[in-house]
Ligand binder design. Structure first.
Ligand SMILES: [Zn+2]
Length: 318
């Protein structure tokens, strides 16, 4: 029997994914449901229970020793509750208690999705072997997490490293979070596309105006598309440099759909970083693409579950 088998949940605004994951980060069983994001809280929970039901009905389940949850935020790991922005039916929803109730009282670890992806990249991915790392997801939003001193650093509520909502433009555009000039307000996919459209870029015959379409135009040499990615890269560079200066990270790992633009994003990002990461102790900071792909949330949730099991002498995931 597997002695290091855990269940993992990755809860987002569009899908709820579940898996049984072994101690090497291998996914042995999967289940998934669409998130009924606009329904009431119990209906959303029903989808989670269906995912868990598929896992608990497999023969492997009897070996599962803990459950890890990576959820869209904000989360409150200390209270065991979640309030995902894109799931209005869940506000201070007692997810940990509800999951524990349907998994036979197994220990449950909750972390934010940015922290989960960080755990995955540190355990199996691009940040492996790095004791001080920032991992980010740049897609519809901008999230992240930190590894400090060789350990995941989720913070008291599970949200530490939320780089998308630090301000890099003091009097910039209002951000939905209530602040101004946040990294996310400049560098997220929708904001890259919006800025390109505002400055005169027009979609091709297929009419697609996503950040991926802007990236394709940039690759073809469209100067407005290039400039929109350069601006996003500048905001990311300022945020990464600030983080490095505060806590001395030596690597920043970037995943998510916008990172899929490759050099269209990474070349101006590395260039801009030289303008912001100036002190001697941050000059050697490297920026690299994430490698864990779409399973990062599940693998990271599993890492949190493994680290949090009562048999492990270290309390919590940190
Ligand atoms: Zn914000």
């Amino acid at each position: 029997m597997q002695t290091d088998l855990v269940a993992a949940l990755d809860i987002g605004g569009t899908k709820i994914a579940g898996a049984l994951v072994d101690g090497h980060g291998r996914i042995l069983v999967r289940a998934q449901r669409p998130t009924p994001a606009q329904e009431d809280g119990d209906t959303v929970m029903l989808a989670v229970e269906e995912v868990l039901g598929e896992l608990t009905s497999t023969p492997l389940w009897s070996g599962a020793t803990a459950v890890g949850i990576g959820s869209a935020g904000p989360v409150d790991a200390s209270a065991g509750t979640v309030s995902p922005v894109n799931v209005p039916g869940w506000r201070d929803f007692p997810l940990v208690e509800r999951v524990r109730a349907v998994t036979g009282g197994l220990p449950v670890e909750l972390i934010g999705d940015g922290v989960a992806i960080t755990a995955a990249e540190h355990w199996q991915g691009a940040a492996r072997g790095h004791d001080n790392a920032l991992c980010m997801v740049v897609s519809t939003g901008v999230g992240g997490g930190l590894v400090l001193g060789g350990k995941l650093h989720p913070g008291p509520t599970g949200n530490a490293g939320h780089i998308g909502h630090i301000s890099v433009q003091l009097d910039g555009d209002p951000c939905p979070c209530g602040a101004r000039g946040c990294v996310e307000r400049i560098a997220s996919g929708p904001n890259i596309a919006r800025r390109a459209l505002d400055n005169g870029w027009r979609p091709g015959p297929d009419g697609e105006s996503s950040a991926a379409a802007v990236a394709a135009a940039a690759r073809a040499g469209d100067p407005v598309a290039v400039a929109s990615f350069e601006r996003a890269a500048q905001a990311l560079a300022a945020g990464i440099a600030a983080t490095a200066t505060l806590v001395e990270i030596d690597i920043a790992v970037i995943g998510g759909g916008v990172a899929g633009a490759g050099d269209i994003l990474f070349a101006p990002l590395r260039s801009a970083l030289k303008n912001y990461a100036t002190l001697s102790f941050v000059q050697h900071l490297t920026v690299t693409p994430a490698v864990m792909g779409t399973d990062a949330g599940l693998v990271g949730a599993a890492a949190a579950a493994l680290a949090g099991r009562p048999s492990t002498p270290v309390a919590g995931v940190g």
